[in-house]
Design a binder for this molecule. Sequence first.
Ligand SMILES: [Zn+2]
Ligand SMILES: [Zn+2]
Length: 280
Amino acid sequence: MLTDYHVHLRPDDLGAAATEHFTPENIDRYVEAAARAGVSELGIAEHMYRFTEALTVWNHPFWEEWAIDDLDFYCDALVNSPVKVGIEADYVAGAEEKLDRMLSPRPFDYVIGSVHFIGDKSIDTEEFTVWDDTGDADEIWRRYFETIAMAARSGLFDILAHPDLVKVWGRARQMPSKDLRFFYEPAIEAIAETGVTVEVSTAGLRKAVGEIYPAPGFMEMCVEAGAPFALSSDAHEPGQIGFEYPTALDFLRDHGVDEISVFEGRKRVATALTPVANES
Ligand SMILES: [Zn+2]
Ligand SMILES: [Zn+2]
């Protein structure tokens, strides 16, 4: 079986309205694209910060601008559809109870935890960027992976999204001076301790870094730690479902991984990885 669990029903565009995208017709476009890509297990994980409920967790100005939609309208649209019900939820240090109050009463099959911010500065957007002139790469990488470790230990998440997102800009931003494994270590310890599933995401191949998340070094350490894995594309349109999956399958197999995590009602089952079917 192949999964694609980290999928958005709309682009990251303020004008992309919930009423136009959380519809049976739009979900059908995704289901059909998944079938064409040989993905038999499709789940949707919309960004938490686009729902007004997120403002009960954090009042960052970026969220205040983007939090427009109703989370229950989104959940209802997915519950009554053939796809798994997920969400991409940002970890906000210190707001664990508020996150739990938002997530646990709702009908998710899985919750994907993301770290897009260090403190109130953004890793992957130009706005609110952490990568300003004073940004020290060693310090940014250290804090990023420590935040990933806190996200894993929070117990709020089933899957850790794009686990080395801090590399997203590639050489366009400063790189740390030390061996990258030094920075991975705290995150790997938390992954080993908690058994949280680690996302292998082909989205990095579409970004400046041009590399799967996580990097081979991080992946090797996860395998040694006995981590389970999830496979996703972080698609923001149907055409990106199963993006570059043959590359991801080679990557997984090269690391000795032949099972992938499947979720239902926030319970994980390991399933055999099967090859991508030819497009028909
Ligand atoms: Zn993300
Ligand atoms: Zn995403």
